[in-house]
Design a protein. Sequence first.
Length: 284
Amino acid sequence: MQIAKTITEIRACVSQARAAGKTVGFVPTMGALHVGHVSLIKAAAERCDFVVVSIFVNPTQFGPGEDFEKYPRPLDKDLAICEESGVDAVFAPSPAEMYPRQNLTWVTVEKVSEPLCGRFRPGHFRGVATVCAKLFNVVGPNAAFFGQKDAQQVAVIQRMVADLNMPLEIVVCPTVREPDGLATSSRNQYLSPQERKDATVIYRALQRSAELIREGKAAAAEITRYMGEVLRQVPALRIEYVSIVDAESLDDLRRVEGKVLVAVAARLGSTRLIDNIVVDATAK
């Protein structure tokens, strides 16, 4: 496994792979790798000949008072996971490598970045879109792999790639969950044992929404009200939003029709958790 810390080094690695006729799969991460990331790496390896993983805690997607400074950075452990998973090259740049001067060029994806988390994290998706555009330009993959758990991020990246005619495919992989339903996340390690137990209520609320939709409930406000009742079974949970939106545009819906995204964001202690499911209202 090759480890590149500069743009020049990773471009050389990828150029060699391309010269050998290999297709390049890319898994962008902020490190603190877990089984969800490993599932993306495996998906990339199944579809591509040469797998690149980036490990970069991107400062431009963190707002004031967010957890940039304390975000976990276990690089040695991450590199071991990558090697065990068969990764061909890791790109682990410093902030100075990715942003060598004041950044004056930004990628803003309108509309899909505005609802859901966009209401609570202003500027977040501008940072996400910009760093992904930079990474795609640096690595030049044939396909990039993202998890469904970050559904709004996926929507933003898909729209950016389509609108800017970027020559790569965005592959969305299923959310990986713990046995009790909690979506895997690097931030789960912030949770205390009690908070970790309480966090499972989020998936229970999402499951409740799917049950109601299968039963024929169509009023989004009614479904989210029932979900709120489930979530409030954990008094320590502070709800940011419970939303049902169009699965592609992320527009708020009054009635559930076709494929919808049911999404929750909430806080336990200092930890912000997000989760979602896609439900097809036509599949009873």
